[in-house]
Design a protein around this ligand. Structure first.
Ligand SMILES: [Zn+2]
Length: 510
């Protein structure tokens, strides 16, 4: 079975699609199908191919199989550790400071053209299925998609939100079902290439895995507060996980090392459930012969702290690498030699030019990503990046050269996303300057700034150059939905904009 289009058919499709100019650099290019599989909140070091091999087995058999067939980018970092800004960077090839979607719920300005639009113009059939991205409230991701479906039906309270987080699995299952139905509609032979993106949610807190995976990954013999052997529809006992870890963060409870190990086991169990669902999507594509010339990406939008700093487990307040370091695995049978690992720095916005070039298209000139196609094809081992950048809105910034990471917090901001938004006069603490040797301290446990390492100066200058570029000078613009609306949806907790940060004294820089 040969699903890929022949060169002549590719040209005809390009002409029929009216995209001759966009495709003219590669009229005879046999375009691969492009499949993006993302798990919300999956940090890299909890993927089997990145070293997570617990006694219960890797939680990511699909990722591990793709890694054996493809390339593992060992150091991929997102530029913002929350869902919408990070995914907007993946889709546009630009930093949040450029595309302007710097906080969940903000819009994506029409001048930033996302990947599916460009692929659709080139003759791709395009579809996206994203469990938690309500397409009517947050349509930033649907442009260019012939089919765009989320997993949410009805109003969130009716879905169980706030009563039992079982709803996350319901959304994921619905999303996969919709994706499988779409795949069934695809022809087997001589079809246009497809762009398919599937995004699942149940890795996200409050760590409520399917009961069978909870049983499988739970710490043997553990009988503490995070031991939840069963979850029944309508019950809220799993919500206690969030309540407990929030109390931990705020210093109102203390737990044992075994408790922490069990929370991470719950997380792994959620990863396994999502990976298995994505494997069903991959199997359906394979059964159709659609993986024979397909570039498959396995990644995430951000990770989770999982207690790395200040006993905080989630991601909305963090600019540390537990939140920023995501898996990036790319397979492409016949094009990419399997089993390779690339140590160079990458960012998720690099996928944008990479995938366009793989499709024979030229990235637009305002693209900020660096194409990884030469690395994928084995032409070089150099990912082309000297630094990676991240922000917490327009207040806190970080840059890393792969050996050292510097955090610049010129206004002394202390973010107050949940659980801090419910507490008095406390936020997620940052110093005004922090410096880590991430080569030997990847979890950023030892701040070396006080030793005034010269590396901090060079990274500070790099950050200032980055922020000084005209496209990065934008303050956080208004334009998002009302805080009350997001709070009602559970996205911001109860934090109002004016309450989202505290500040500490940074002396002259404040
Ligand atoms: Zn997310």
């Amino acid at each position: 079975m040969q699903p890929s289009i022949r060169p002549a058919a590719a040209l005809l499709l390009a002409l029929a699609g009216g995209c001759l100019a966009a495709c003219s650099d590669s009229e005879d290019h046999v375009r691969p199908s492009i499949i993006i599989l993302t798990l919300d909140t999956l940090r890299a070091d909890h993927v089997g191919a990145y070293g997570n091999q617990p006694a219960a087995g890797s939680p990511t058999p699909l990722a591990d199989r793709l890694a054996a067939q493809g390339v593992v980018f060992e150091r991929c970092f997102v530029p913002r550790g929350v869902t919408h800004p990070s995914l907007a960077s993946l889709l546009t090839g630009k930093y949040p400071a450029t595309h302007g979607l710097r906080r969940n719920g903000f819009p994506l300005d029409a001048r930033h053209v996302p990947l599916p639009v460009l692929l659709a113009r080139a003759g791709y059939h395009t579809a996206g299925f994203a469990a938690n991205l309500d397409r009517s409230r947050w349509p930033f991701w649907v442009r260019g998609l012939e089919v765009a479906e989320d997993g949410i039906e009805g109003r969130l309270p009716e879905e169980g939100y706030g009563q039992s987080h079982v709803f996350q699995r319901v959304w994921d299952e619905r999303t996969v079902t919709k994706a499988l139905r779409w795949i069934e509609t695809l022809p087997r032979e001589d079809a246009a290439p497809v762009f398919l993106w599937v995004h699942l949610y149940d890795v996200h807190a409050p760590y409520t895995p399917e009961p069978r995976w909870l049983e499988h990954y739970s710490v043997p013999g553990y009988d503490g507060p995070f031991r939840r052997p069963t979850v029944r529809e309508g019950e809220s006992e799993q919500d206690q996980v969030t309540t407990l870890i929030d109390a931990w963060t705020l210093g109102r409870a203390s737990f044992t090392p075994a408790d922490l190990e069990q929370v991470k086991a719950l997380y792994d169990a959620g990863v396994r459930g999502c990976d298995e669902k994505l494997a069903r999507v991959a199997a359906a594509l394979e059964e159709k012969g659609l993986l024979e010339n397909a570039l498959v990406v396995y990644s995430s939008d951000h990770g989770d702290e999982l207690g790395d700093h200040h006993d905080y487990f989630q991601h909305g307040n963090s600019i540390y690498d537990g939140t920023l370091h995501v898996p990036l695995i790319v397979s492409w049978p016949g094009k990419v030699t399997g089993g390779r690992r690339v140590a160079g720095l990458t960012q998720n916005l690099d996928l944008f030019p990479t995938l366009l070039q793989a499709a024979g298209l030229t990235p637009p000139p305002d693209c900020e990503g660096v194409s990884l196609l030469p690395v994928l094809l084995g032409e070089t081992e150099d990912s082309g990046r000297s630094h990676v950048f991240a922000e917490w809105e327009d207040l806190i910034f970080s840059a890393s050269d792969g050996e050292w990471k510097y955090i610049h917090n010129p206004k002394g901001a202390q973010p107050r996303c949940p659980p801090y938004s419910f507490a008095e006069n406390v936020g997620f603490p940052y110093e005004c300057h922090e410096l880590y040797n991430v080569a030997v301290d990847p979890r950023e446990q030892h701040d070396l700034f006080a030793k005034s390492h010269p590396r901090a100066i060079s990274l500070l200058l790099w950050v200032e150059r980055f922020l000084g570029q005209p496209e990065h000078r934008n303050p956080l613009a208004p334009g998002g939905p009302a805080d009350e609306e997001l709070a009602a949806l559970g996205y911001l907790g109860s934090a109002r904009s004016e309450d989202r940060v505290l500040t500490i004294d940074c002396g002259e820089e404040r």
